[in-house]
Each structure stands twice: as C-alpha cells, then as structure tokens.
Design a protein around this ligand. Structure first.
Ligand SMILES: Nc1nc2c(c(=O)[nH]1)N[C@H]1C(S)=C(S)[C@@H](COP(=O)(O)O)O[C@H]1N2
Ligand SMILES: [Mo]
Length: 422
C-alpha cells in the first residue's frame, strides 16, 4: 500500500477507496482495500464508511518503510538496521521481503547493474575487472540456500547491555542466492602462494559522510574464500538482489559473521596478511579469547576475530503470546551451525527438565539452515514456555545463557517462546 501511494497516490486511492468523484466527497474503502487496510492497522475498522479518502491512518503514518521489505522491525534508520520478527522467518527459504538489513554505512544512492565492475587484484597472477555479464559468461552459475547471520544477532539480551544494534532474533535468514563461486573467480585471477586473506570493498560510504570515514571492509582467510559455498551473488530468490541487501553484487560467506559478506561489492583484494580494513580490528567482530567479566579492562590483544558462527535454532511457530485453544500444538523452526550441520533439535515445555526430540530435515544444500518440527502435547491449561536446543555435528549444544562479551556478539542461547493453553 505504501509503495502504491508513493508511486501513484490517485491510483492507490482508486484501488482502496473506489472512485473519488469530488475532492469533498468521501470514497468508501472497497472490500479488498478495506481488508488490506484492516490487516495493516491490525483490526477491522468499524467506522470505515466515514474514513476519508487520501488518508493514511495515523497507526501507519510513523512507521518507517523500506520499499520491498515487509514486516521488518526497524532498529535504526541511519545507518539502516531492520530485522524480521521470528514468526515471519517461518519459510524454509527466507523471502527477500523478510531478509534482514544490516547497514554499517550509507548505501549507494543508485546502482547500474549493467555498468557494475568487480576488481580482483592484489596477490594474483592476472588482475581482473569483471562485469556481471562477464561473471555469468565465464563461470559456472550456481543457486544455493545459504544461512547468513549477523554476529550481533541476539545482542539485545546481553546483561549488562552491549552497545550496537539491539538485534533480537531476526538478524538471520536463509535466502536462495545465485552467483558464481568466489573460488572460480580467484582461480581465474591466479592466487599466489603467499596469499593469506581476502579484503573486500563495497560502494557504500561511512555514515558520518566525512571523506576520512572509511566504510566497512572485511575479509576472510583464503581457505574460506576457496570454499565452494562462498559466492559472488547477483540474484536473491531468483530476482536481482534487493537494494538494501547489496544490489547488484555481493559476497555471501554462509556460516560466518554476516559482516564478511560484503554488499555492493566492487573489489576483492588478495593480501599476504590478515586484512586490516575498517571493522577488522579493535572490538569489531572480535571477541575475547577467554571468558571475561563485564567491565573488565581488556587489551586489544585479548580479542580474536570471529570465524564460524555457533550452533543456534529459532522457533517460528508458535509465536510468543500464542493462545492455544487445544492442548496439542505443532511447533517448528530452523537450526543452523556455522560450518557444521545440526544433528538434533530438542524441545522442552517444562523449563528444561525433560526434552522432546524434533524431526529435523537435512539442509537443502551445504550451509542452508535445517527445518525442524515437533508435535507438542501440553498436560493442561496454563502458561508454558517452549525452549529449543540444537546440537551440532561435533556434539556442541546451545547454552542456557551465553558468556558476556563487550560488543554482544555470538548470542546463541536457546530460543524460548511463551504460550498459554486455554
Ligand atoms: N558494503 C557493506 N557490506 C556489508 C555491510 C555493510 O554495512 N556494508 N554490513 C555487513 C553486515 S554486518 C552484515 S550482518 C551483512 C548483512 O547482510 P544483509 O543486510 O543483506 O542482511 O552484510 C554485511 N555486508
Ligand atoms: Mo553484522
């Protein structure tokens, strides 16, 4: 509806209210428009007959909207950070509208896919400059479901609070990405034997707007870059990448902190040392290599770069606040484990005293999240919590609570949802 109003308000009005013949005359919300409006404001509108045309309900007026996204909760607007509530992440493949947005800077205002070039240089035999059509023509094009999670997902639950975007559960997604293997591109350039790390550059700018402010530029060890699941992607769910997810070209390094997956990708530079770009050092995407207490004085040398993300699961059905009419309920969701696979997902409805095994699917392909489901039977009416606990292929399980760290990374504590049974 917002999109429609932005593009063509008259047409939007006609669709929602029917034909408005005179500016002082009211149009009526037509049944389809009424239904759409009611869904947007969260309830039926008893007085819809006296609701004026050319009118946006105040309930919606202040809602920040990201074109082409649907139902995301905006945490910050500049830079833009928005996540999906857990129930909206129910699909096996995350629709583009629900893929979270995590911007560290200001995205390019407009992009021209036809003129876009990717430079591959540094310690290579032959530096390359490739357009998106060159990528498609020269390399094998693959489509993969890949899990991307921000290292700060779950930050909102650290106590004492950690600074940064206050992600709850929704800075994770598993969309289908189409592109070429980064390994193939790097092989075409010729990787020199002294290469240690990649360095990624994108077309966004530092939020300060100052020329001295450097936009995020992260990298990965060359072994991760050569992994066949690491993609240079030009499509998301069969369509061009969403502008906020890095159009027209981005990296996707599944299972690693989302920050490695450079959006609006312009350059991959091969280096003989760990990359030292913006947000590679200090406390960015790094955690203490040992348990620390909140407030403890820490030295930079105490921190290590986050690599594979830990095992985690999400309950997408039921939603917290669900009121079950019957004692039997189907629960479901996803689980993922960085570079590993998930072996089991267990659920508890008695605060962890006993556990029910969920049925767990294999991943659609390596590095896709795994779907699970379970039939739950509550013993009687009342308040319950459903807890989900995944265990990875190395036997590592999600913790009840995660070790505190200064920037609030890697919170893979069990997801809990609250339901009442009538
Ligand atoms: N160029 C660029 N790439 C970027 C970022 C950014 O701010 N600029 N954010 C990173 C971070 S921290 C994450 S978690 C992922 C998020 O990808 P998404 O916004 O498509 O969900 O993109 C990464 N790539
Ligand atoms: Mo991130």
């Amino acid at each position: 509806m917002f999109e429609l109003y932005r593009e063509d308000p008259d047409k939007a009005d006609r669709l929602l209210f029917g034909r408005v013949t005179h500016p002082d005359r009211r149009g009526f919300l037509k049944s389809a428009g009424l239904g759409a409006m009611a869904a947007l404001v969260g309830g039926a509108i008893p007085f819809h007959r006296t609701m004026p045309a050319h009118f946006i309900p105040v309930a919606l007026a202040d809602m920040p909207v990201i074109q082409g996204k649907d139902g995301l909760v905006v945490l910050n607007e500049r830079p833009l950070n928005a996540e999906a509530p857990a129930p909206l992440l129910d699909d096996a493949i995350t629709p583009t509208e629900r893929h979270f947005v995590r911007n560290n800077g200001i995205p390019p205002a407009s992009v021209d896919a036809a003129a876009w070039t990717l430079t591959v240089d540094g310690l290579v035999a032959t530096p390359l400059k490739l357009g998106i059509n060159d990528l498609k023509r020269r390399f094998d094009v693959v489509t993969r479901a890949l899990t991307l999670e921000c290292a700060g997902n779950g930050r909102a639950f650290f106590d004492p609070p950690a600074t940064g975007a206050q992600w709850t559960y929704g800075a994770v997604a598993c969309s289908e990405w189409t592109g070429v293997r980064l390994a193939d591109v790097l092989k075409a350039a010729g990787v020199r034997s002294d290469v240690v790390y990649t360095a990624h550059e994108g077309a966004d700018t530092h939020p300060s707007g100052a020329a001295s402010g450097l936009p995020i530029s992260r990298g990965v060890p060359i072994a991760k870059a050569m992994d066949p699941s690491s993609l240079v992607a030009f499509a998301q769910n069969g369509r061009p990448i969403h502008p906020m997810n890095g159009a027209p070209l981005r990296l996707v390094f599944p299972g690693w902190p989302g920050s490695c997956s450079q959006k609006w990708l312009t350059r991959v530079w091969l280096r003989d040392r760990v990359h030292d770009g913006a947000k590679m050092a200090g406390r960015s995407y790094r955690v203490p290599g040992r348990p620390v207490a909140p407030g403890e004085q820490l030295d930079e040398t105490d921190f290590v770069i986050i690599e594979a993300m830990p095992v985690k699961s999400l309950i997408t059905r039921p939603a917290t606040g669900h009121r079950a009419a019957t004692r039997a309920l189907q629960a479901r969701g996803h689980a993922w484990a960085g570079e590993r696979t998930v072996d089991t997902v267990l659920l508890s409805i008695d605060f962890g005293a006993t556990w029910i095994p969920a049925t767990l699917d294999d991943p659609a392909n390596p590095h896709a999240w795994q779907n699970w489901r379970a039939a739950i039977e509550f013993p009687g009416p009342g308040y319950y919590e459903i807890w989900a606990r995944a265990t990875d292929s190395e036997g590592v399980s999600q913790p009840h609570a995660v070790a505190w760290n200064p920037k609030g990374y890697l919170n893979n504590a069990m997801h809990r949802v609250a339901v009442t049974v009538a």
